[in-house]
Ligand binder design. Structure first.
Ligand code: NAD
Length: 498
């Protein structure tokens, strides 16, 4: 059985303290094993990144950007292989994997603008013969820790930008689907990145803890579940590091009585069930304003859900695939059961579904639950599966209140034809990313991505302009060259421009 290793100082190694099975979730079988690194291997990766930093820091931004131009081309040339690896280990259908990769590549495209995005700020003549400027300098070694659900896109949120900003990088991918991440990481070497500038260490908590506490690591970007995000943020900041830790989500869509119902149903199907609901921006709760619209919504959804196709990643015709592990499959089903026991109505039941030829796969069928209330466990938790819950309320205000009261604030959406209502919603709702008739308002690479409340710990969002600020620190230089006619006498009061 092949072993997925690490990529350190330009070489793949598989030193491990143990091996962990990597499954094909469609078959339920182990297809590879991943090397779980001991602490020493994580330290070796940090040392490689530290050694590569001085030369990389001094490499002009245009040269760093040229590597990213070549990298973008390589990612595009190897799309089929990358999508195959994502599909094999994550289970997402090839068209969905291609979408994930494309959104990742857009971050590489943004990073190609390094000379422009790293331009400093300059003020001439702030005093007699005095100029001042601010520089955005790299931090040093930075680390990224990423989740299973986007093995290509989420790492690409982080390292292209961190690298063009002049940092060196150590990435700890998800141990559940590590192959695509390792594959795209190695393409950086082909693109011309010097050895040691970018490193990958596969592992578990031991590797994460090493990265969080090693004094040579200056900043940590994390994406994953909220309890781990909170732990990572607390530990990294206690160790004096800059940290952005993006956590879980529960994304609500408000369906107003004047919404275009065909559009709502079509877009909810994709946003709730696409990628088996394993997206941090998945719409998992529809908040229907009034019983009339709720009845129409569930009737049409039930009808359209009959034609969803679920199966293996390689078949383009499938809408979505399995979930990541057997345990996760059981967890999702237990939330459906708890909703039923607590009084909700299961209108379409995805428990016990099987795909012919893939009877041992980790599949959960698309599930629709009506009459969900905010006290139910299935409402409070992030289920992270193909489960759409409908909450019925009487007014938009009531709908907004329940969204604001939820612990998560990643994404949300309003379906309406009323511009005034939409603007009011977008302006007031306590959520970081808002869609107006857009179900998955994932910001493009030249904006930044981040939720509010328990969906993000830290101040700066991921990628885009916030990413540049996160991966650099400001230095401000004030300069005067003395000349004969600008000599000043000793000044003992605070210098000002009088
Ligand atoms: P996870 O929290 O289990 O794992 C994320 C990373 O943390 C992995 O690399 C994992 O190895 C590591 N990890 C896990 N437990 C750890 C521990 N106790 N100590 C140290 N490190 C640990 O998340 P996941 O299941 O891989 O991903 C799904 C979660 O990620 C969902 O909650 C989803 O909402 C969230 N997510 C959020 C965003 C966002 O942008 N907000 C994006 C994608 C995924």
């Amino acid at each position: 059985m092949s072993i997925v290793g690490h990529f350190i100082n330009g070489k793949v190694t598989d030193t491990h303290s143990r091996l962990q099975d990597v499954y094909n979730p469609a078959t339920g079988k182990t297809i590879r094993q991943v090397a779980i690194a001991p602490k020493a291997v994580a330290e070796e990766a940090v040392a490689a990144a530290q050694a590569a930093f001085p030369e990389w820091r001094d490499t002009p931004p245009i040269k760093r950007a040229r590597i990213m131009f070549r990298y973008k081309q390589l990612l595009e040339e190897h799309t089929d292989e990358i999508c195959r690896l994502i599909g094999q280990e994550h289970g997402k259908i090839v068209h969905d994997a291609a979408g994930e990769l494309q959104r990742g590549i857009e971050n590489v495209e943004y990073a190609c603008g390094a000379p422009e995005i790293l331009k400093g700020e300059f003020s001439k003549n702030i005093g007699p013969g005095i100029n001042a400027w601010s520089d955005f300098q790299p931090l040093g070694v930075v680390a990224g820790i990423t989740p299973f659900n986007f093995p290509a896109m989420v790492p690409l949120w982080m390292y292209p930008l961190a690298l063009v900003c002049g940092n060196t990088f150590v990435l700890k991918p998800s141990e559940r689907d590590p192959s695509a991440t390792l594959y795209i990481g190695q393409l950086l070497k082909k693109a011309g990145l010097p050895d040691g500038v970018f490193n990958i260490v596969n592992g578990d908590k031991e590797v994460v803890d090493t990265l969080l506490t090693d004094k040579r690591v200056k900043a940590v970007s994390f994406v994953g579940s909220t309890p781990v995000a909170q732990y990572v943020y607390t530990t990294a900041t206690a160790s004096g590091k800059r940290c952005q830790a993006l956590g879980g989500a529960k994304n609500h869509a408000i369906v107003m009585p004047d919404a275009d119902m065909e559009n709502v149903v079509t877009s909810l199907l994709g946003a709730a069930f696409g990628s088996s609901g394993e997206r941090c921006m998945a719409l998992s709760v529809a908040v229907a304003i009034g019983d009339e619209i709720a009845d129409q919504l569930v009737t049409k959804l039930q009808e359209r859900m009959k034609s969803l196709t679920i199966g293996v990643h390689s078949d383009e015709n499938n809408d979505f695939g399995p979930v990541i592990t057997r345990e996760h499959q059981q967890r999702i089903c237990s939330y459906i059961t708890s909703a039923e026991q607590q009084g909700a109505k299961i209108l379409v039941d995805g428990r016990n579904m099987t795909v012919p030829g893939y009877e041992n796969g980790f599949f959960v069928g698309a599930t629709l639950i009506d009459n969900v209330t905010t006290t139910m466990d299935s409402y409070k938790a992030e289920i992270f599966g193909p489960v759409l819950q409908v909450v019925r309320v009487k007014t938009m205000q009531e709908g907004m209140e329940i969204i604001d009261e939820h612990e998560y604030g990643n994404g949300t959406c309003i379906y309406t034809r009323d511009g005034e209502a939409a603007n009011y919603f977008a302006d007031r709702i306590q959520v970081g990313m808002v869609g107006i008739n857009i179900p998955l308002p994932v910001p493009v690479s030249y904006h930044s991505f981040g939720g509010w409340k328990n969906s993000l710990f830290g101040d700066l969002h991921a990628y885009g302009p916030d990413g540049v600020r996160f991966y650099t620190r400001r230095k401000t230089i004030t300069q005067r060259w003395p000349s004969a006619n600008l000599r000043e006498s000793a000044e003992f009061s605070m210098p000002t421009m009088k």
